[in-house]
Design a protein around this ligand. Structure first.
Ligand SMILES: Nc1nc2c(c(=O)[nH]1)N[C@H]1C(S)=C(S)[C@@H](COP(=O)(O)OP(=O)(O)OC[C@H]3O[C@@H](n4cnc5c(N)ncnc54)[C@H](O)[C@@H]3O)O[C@H]1N2
Ligand code: MOO
Length: 391
């Protein structure tokens, strides 16, 4: 058995960034920007009013002074003249500040009578002008790699960048195996259960920015597994679920080997997740064989699959980011495998759930963290800092 960090290092050796494609901005949210892009303009492109009011010369602003209104500057329609001493231009938020004006007085501090305004006796001190380029300037870099958030999309739009270079979404074929499995919505036989891992992993992969595809469930025969693998030809990553352990019907390793899998490792010192395997298929696709126990599959998804997808997306080779929190209650010593324990963070403290069996999806669903116990970690009192992965 190898350690979790050795397994991750070997997975990173297998995972290379995919090619770049160009997509319209409207489809770019959540995608990973592949190349640095540059602003096509200044924003704002001119000094702009931050308020509705009157553009004036700052020197003319004294309580109760009177100014002559000579025109209007609205958003999209500036005023072409120059503000001279004693003059003002009616202005609205986002409109260009006219030549000569250096301050905007908000309309709440003004009374207007025909084309004369009188400033009130108390005035705020703000200039209420956004200088040209205050947000960004022509040529400013927006650096890659980076997963694009909705805020990033708004910024890129403002930069007048209509299409962006992104990394192609990794295509992931998800292959559930087992005679006991039927799809949600089907009627299971007396000895059957519903396939759940494939759906959990599909959701996780979508959130990561991959393109997951569920293959038909393979039965516990070599022929059925071979058929299912043959449907994964276009995948960058084939994720098998189940059939990874030592039972008579655990055929995934054998069939993948027959199909030319160059296996890099099998079995890791981890709980849950011991029978994990990985390698490269003959057609170049990466293969990760996940254990069948539902929690094992999802935990291995967090610990191994998510960093692999990030690596394929060009985000670098980084283990899932750990945080730490003090234990709410004492915990017993850990065994020889690195243990990822379902836990709950509340009020800054971490509580480890009593029930840790790797079949319990209710416990996983209640968890918002996986507490990480190193191999042979001794017992700890409440208050000890413990590392965890937020989930
Ligand atoms: N004698 C030993 N037995 C087991 C060992 C061992 O070292 N020696 N390891 C155990 C560990 S640890 C794990 S984890 C499991 C993993 O076994 P497999 O990967 O072969 O998984 P299966 O046997 O196919 O299934 C286990 C369990 O999970 C259910 N399952 C499978 N696929 C799905 C799915 N897509 N959705 C929902 N549930 C699924 C399956 O019905 C079984 O209940 O082996 C231990 N045994
Ligand atoms: O390691 Mo298994 O993954 O205990 O459930």
């Amino acid at each position: 058995m190898i350690s979790v960090s050795d397994a991750l290092a070997q997975l990173f050796d297998l995972a290379a960034p995919l090619e770049v494609e160009t997509v319209p901005l409207s489809s770019a949210s959540g995608r990973v920007l592949a190349q640095t892009v540059h602003a096509n303009r200044d924003q704002p492109p001119f000094a702009a009013s931050a308020m509705d009011g009157y553009a004036v010369r700052a020197q003319d602003v004294t309580p109760t002074s009177q100014l002559a209104v000579i025109g209007e500057s609205a958003a999209g329609h500036g005023f072409s003249g120059t503000v001279q001493p004693g003059q003002a231009v009616r202005i609205f938020t986002g409109a260009p500040v006219p030549q000569g004006a250096t301050r905007v007085v908000i309309q709440e501090e003004v009374t207007r009578s025909d084309d004369t305004i009188t400033l009130s006796d108390t005035l705020d001190s703000g200039m209420h002008i956004r200088s040209a380029g205050a947000d960004f300037a022509l040529g400013d870099a927006f650096t890659a790699p980076r997963r694009l958030s909705p805020s990033d999309i708004a910024l890129l739009a403002a930069m007048n960048i209509a299409t962006v270079p992104v990394i192609r979404k990794p295509r992931v074929a998800i292959l559930s195996t087992g005679d006991e499995l039927v799809m949600p919505g089907e009627t299971p036989g007396p000895d059957q259960i519903i396939a759940s891992n494939s759906f959990g992993l599909q959701a996780m992969l979508r959130n990561l920015g991959a393109e997951p595809r569920l293959l038909p469930i393979a039965r516990d025969t070599k022929a059925s597994l071979e058929m299912a693998f043959s449907l994964a030809d276009d995948a960058d990553l084939v994720l098998t679920i189940g059939g990874a352990s030592v039972g008579d019907h655990d055929l995934v390793g054998e069939v993948a080997g027959d199909l030319g899998l160059d296996r890099k490792f099998y079995k890791i010192a981890m709980r849950p997740g011991k029978p994990l395997m990985a390698g490269r298929m003959k057609n170049g696709a990466m293969m990760i064989g996940l254990p069948g126990n539902p929690v094992s599959a999802m935990v291995c998804g967090q610990v191994f699959v998510a960093p692999v997808i990030d690596a394929m997306l060009g985000l670098g080779c980084m283990p899932a980011q750990r945080q730490s929190a003090p234990l709410a209650a004492p915990i017993a010593a850990n065994g020889p495998r690195e243990h990822y324990m379902r836990a709950h963070i509340k009020d800054g403290q971490i509580t480890i759930f009593d029930r840790q069996d790797s079949s319990l999806l209710t416990v996983l669903s209640s968890a918002n963290a996986l507490a990480i116990r190193p191999p042979n970690d001794p017992a700890h009192p409440a208050g000890t800092m413990l590392e965890y992965l937020p989930i």
